[in-house]
Design a protein around this ligand. Structure first.
Ligand SMILES: Cc1ncc(COP(=O)(O)O)c(C=O)c1O
Ligand SMILES: N[C@@H](CCOP(=O)(O)O)C(=O)O
Length: 467
């Protein structure tokens, strides 16, 4: 299996190089040249596999023979042994034909752990085989950062620098990033919003001198391996609801479009997915895009679901590439438009292809709070504000024969203030995580300035050439 960039001007890479590259050298995102496909009989035969064994079964074709089967099996088992639920990602029924897929049983209580625990082990393995080190730069609106720091903290071959928007993440999210004391972990509070942080990370990748000097790597969902690992739970949940003999729909709380793109990939691989429903908060750029065909940025609105407070939804580029028949030139035109004027228009055939697979809806902060309240009253289930945006959209979309699975992307205890304001219940952190609330914080505040962030990384990374 080889990987191509959505912008078509970067080298075609094998799996290990694509994982270490993160962002392609032409600014694009890597995708497999072809989608591996599983027949209905093959999917049926996956019933009863444990989560790590299912991951091995589904993801092996993506590795292109570059990781030995026994090694990959060991890494997958080690990754999911960090989860505190025997099913890894269990499903719970919320209402007739509506289910939540709980993705928050990992070490930082968010869905990011599912991919990050595997990615850290894969990267470590690849770097060790090559005798190399890497410097990881990541941007977070709250959850990716904590998950990445947990997964990479203390690893010998990587230094990790996480950029988060200063003052715009929840206290629990912030402390997950700022209290670990591993010397390879660097939390950077950037004076800006998530899009500024993500822009800085992309600019670092596009500064090829800097990129090569520090052996830059990425762990945001721009990295193909993140998407790849997220494919597995679409299969695990659908199979437990009767797939491939019963189609399933998914509603996904969406920001950077990585999670729902993994659902699209699962469908390409043969999973019978009826609808993929994008749920946004007040930052409804994707819902507006599906309605109008124009992707147009606005200012970011702060909401009670901060991890979705995003305007530049990176992985939408992967969908554009697919919907445009893998025409990299048309993706380049759209991305140039976005950079120059903050907008681009999707060509009618591509828009029709997107609408054929995706629906979209928005949930205001007030509606998310009402959904937390009404769900608790109706079923005794406590939602986090991100999942609530999706439950609210799913209620408006679901209701037919196909089961609707809503992705529960975070544990409510990560956002106790918003949950308590919504329903009067303040969820507590589990005992094993609670000490972070009293631990000493360690982070550096920096302006949203590429040179200053690069200088900081140059001074602290161990992989700088010559050192
Ligand atoms: C809790 C939570 N829900 C939803 C999202 C949105 O996911 P994605 O960025 O993959 O669309 C995020 C951030 O990525 C998140 O942290
Ligand atoms: N919501 C995310 C933003 C970054 O997303 P990623 O999936 O591209 O890493 C977060 O919580 O940081």
């Amino acid at each position: 299996m080889k990987y191509t960039s959505t912008r078509g001007e970067a080298p075609i890479l094998g799996f290990s190089d694509a994982v270490l590259a993160g962002l392609a050298r032409d600014g694009g995102l890597y995708l497999p040249l072809t989608w591996p496909e599983f027949s209905a009989a093959e999917i049926r035969a996956m019933r009863g596999l444990s989560y790590p064994d299912l991951a091995v079964r589904l993801l092996t074709p993506f590795l292109g023979g570059e990781i030995a089967p026994a090694t990959f099996k060991r890494l997958a088992h080690e990754a999911y042994a960090t989860f505190r639920h025997e099913a890894t990602c269990p499903i719970v029924q919320l209402a007739p034909n509506t289910f939540v897929l709980e993705l928050f049983h990992g070490p930082t209580l968010a869905f990011k752990d599912v991919a990050m625990q595997l990615l850290a082990r894969l990267m470590d393995h690849i770097l060790a085989e090559r005798g190399q080190r890497a410097t990881i730069a990541g941007a977070t609106s709250g959850d990716t950062g904590g998950a990445a720091i947990e997964a990479f903290g203390g690893r010998e071959r990587t230094d990790i620098f996480i950029l988060f928007p200063n003052g715009k993440v929840s206290p629990v999210q912030q402390r997950q990033m700022t209290t670990p004391n591993a010397s390879n972990v660097h939390a950077l509070a950037i004076e800006g919003n998530f899009d500024d942080c993500q822009g800085l990370v992309k600019d670092m990748f596009n500064d090829h001198g800097f990129r090569d000097r520090v052996s830059l790597s990425g762990v945001n969902s721009i990295n193909w391996a993140r998407i790849m690992a997220q494919i597995v739970y679409y299969f695990s949940s659908a199979i437990s609801l009767g797939s491939p003999d019963r189609p399933v729909s998914f509603t996904v709380p969406t920001g950077n479009f990585g999670d729902i793109f993994a659902g699209y990939a699962a469908k390409r691989m043969g999973l019978p997915v009826e609808r993929l429903v994008i749920a946004t908060n007040d930052n409804d750029i994707l819902a507006r895009t599906l309605e109008s065909g124009e992707y147009r940025m606005k200012d970011v609105i702060e909401t009670t679901s901060p991890s979705m407070d995003i305007q530049i939804s990176s992985n939408f580029e992967r969908l554009l590439f697919e919907a445009a028949g893998r025409d990299a030139a048309s993706v380049r035109r759209s991305m140039d438009g976005l950079k120059q004027s903050g907008a681009f228009t999707i060509e009618p055939p591509a828009l029709a292809r997107i609408r054929a697979e995706f629906d979209a809806g928005r949930t205001t902060t007030g509606e998310a709070a009402a959904t937390i309240r009404s769900t608790l009253e109706a079923s005794g289930y406590l939602l986090d504000p991100h999942t609530a945006t999706a439950v609210s959209v799913a209620r408006r979309t679901a209701g037919r024969e196909t089961p609707m699975v809503v992705l529960a992307t975070a544990h409510p205890a990560k956002f106790p203030a918003a949950v308590e304001a919504a329903c009067g219940v303040s969820p507590s952190l589990p005992d094993w995580l609670a000490p972070i609330m009293d631990a000493k914080e360690r982070y550096t505040v920096l302006p949203s300035d590429l040179k200053m962030v690069e200088d900081h990384i140059n001074r602290h990374a161990r992989a700088v050439s010559g050192s």
